[in-house]
Design a protein around this ligand. Structure first.
Ligand code: ADP
Length: 419
């Protein structure tokens, strides 16, 4: 029975949150999409939706369905997780989803706190900073889908909420748990439903978590999860665990499949080239997914090993990516390489690979779908934000899903020393 049920508005954000919970001692499972069956056994379940930029009514419907599944499984508290840069528009989806969940959970008030000081996201007097810059001067004002041009989260959230939005200011948060609880009760009496909470340090996040122990709903970035496991331990519901990230052993060959063209991934490929068998496919020369899969399958036959990975990449430098996009169109070029990478992952698993690292957010989505992965048990991190995971799909195997710019240069090789 999960203690904490989480609803995340995108896949990598869900993994980030799940890793945070594991680090703080909760055994955590990430479920992909609205759960359609019994939930796996864990202290925390994170449902990963893709609801950040879909129409608000759909985001609300999916989030409520996820909430029902989590409640049915026994979750005692719900965490609504969004991006630490508060990615949203005046239409939503943070406000509409938070209000719908608060109604469903019959809560009086919920905090909204995207702060994550370790990653440079702090909230002061309701204003979100990324490093030293206001959100609206951080580059996020130019985001293609969710441009953030107003750094005042009270205003931002008010524009996308039906109810009144309040502020829990720095001085109260700094004063600690009891002061926070008093002020939240006061704000709630004044009719505030969502309250933007300041937080500049991890200590603030921990104090907020403790003060909200009895709230049915908490909303925020992964940072706000920092203080929640301790609440369950204090209540005697969660044992002290040193092994929250323990995963079953996976005996079998190792591989990396890369479809990310981000700078970090290209660097990781450069490192792997000199260390382990590496195949770099040329989608421009062979713009055909089945033919790319056939090339990779022929190449891999005599190279798979339990001791070190093989690396297969569709990734290319920007000018070659642009050339393929010019020929096929951006969407079709991406879809072609994703299709190829999913086929290659399938071929690798069919040939005994049981530890697979996938580079690229969209690429990971394609691979996970092809392998029939519905849930992931979260293990220890290889690098910040990239945990090894266990899936029961394909007879049981380990997966690590790396979004573009994550991971150190030697990650493709070093990952398998952990896993
Ligand atoms: P990241 O996490 O780095 O953004 P993604 O997998 O999310 O990586 O996105 C990379 C996109 O680029 C995918 O759609 C992938 O199929 C596409 N892609 C990969 N290699 C090439 C290539 N050689 N030419 C064109 N598109 C490519």
């Amino acid at each position: 029975m999960p203690l904490l049920g989480c609803i995340a508005d995108d896949f990598t954000g869900a993994t980030d949150l799940a890793s945070m919970l594991v680090r703080n001692g909760m055994r955590t499972v990430q479920v992909i999409g609205v759960p359609d069956g019994p939930l796996p056994e864990a202290d925390a379940v994170v449902v990963a939706l893709k609801s950040r930029t879909i129409p608000p009514a759909e985001a609300v419907a999916q989030s409520l369905a996820a909430c029902e599944a989590l409640l049915a499984a026994g979750a005692r508290q719900v965490l609504h997780k969004y991006c630490s840069t508060f990615d949203s528009t005046d239409a939503g989806n943070i406000g509409p989803v938070a209000e719908a969940l608060l109604d469903r959970l019959q809560g009086s008030v919920a905090i909204a706190c995207p702060a994550f000081p370790t990653n440079g996201r702090t909230v002061f007097q309701g204003h979100l900073f990324v490093g030293q810059a206001l959100l609206s001067e951080s580059g996020m004002q130019d985001h293609p889908l969710t441009p953030m041009t107003d750094p005042n989260l009270v205003r931002v959230l008010a524009r996308q909420s039906a109810g009144s939005v309040g502020l829990l200011p720095f001085a109260v948060v700094e004063a600690g748990e009891a002061a926070i609880r008093r002020e939240l009760a006061r704000l709630s009496e004044w009719g505030k439903r969502l309250v933007v909470a300041d937080a500049v340090t991890d200590a603030h996040l921990v104090a907020l978590g403790a003060a909200c122990a009895q709230h049915p709903l908490i909303t925020g970035g992964s940072g706000i999860a920092m203080g929640l496991p301790a609440n369950f331990r204090r209540a005697g519901l969660l044992e002290e665990r040193a092994d929250a990230g323990a995963l079953p052993a996976a005996a079998g060959a190792c591989a990396v499949v890369a479809g990310s063209c981000s700078r970090a991934t290209l660097g990781q490929l450069g490192f792997a080239r000199g260390e382990v068998p590496t195949l770099e496919l040329d989608a421009l020369a062979t713009p055909d997914a089945a033919a790319l899969v056939a090339q990779a399958t022929a190449w891999m036959e005599d190279k798979l090993s339990d001791a070190r990975p093989v690396v297969i990449a569709g990734s290319a430098a920007p000018e070659r990516v642009q050339a393929l996009q010019a020929r096929l169109g951006r969407e079709a070029a991406g879809a072609l390489v994703e299709e190829a990478m999913a086929g290659i992952a399938e071929a690798l698993v069919a040939r005994g690979v049981r530890r697979l690292l996938v580079a690229g957010g969209e690429t990971s989505g394609a691979v996970v779908q092809r392998l029939g992965v519905r849930s992931l048990r979260i293990g220890a991190e290889i690098d910040p934000g990239v945990p090894w995971c266990w899936t029961d799909a394909q007879g049981g195997m380990r997966l690590a899903l790396k979004s573009g710019n994550f991971g150190g240069r030697d990650m493709f090789v070093r990952a398998f020393e952990h896993g």
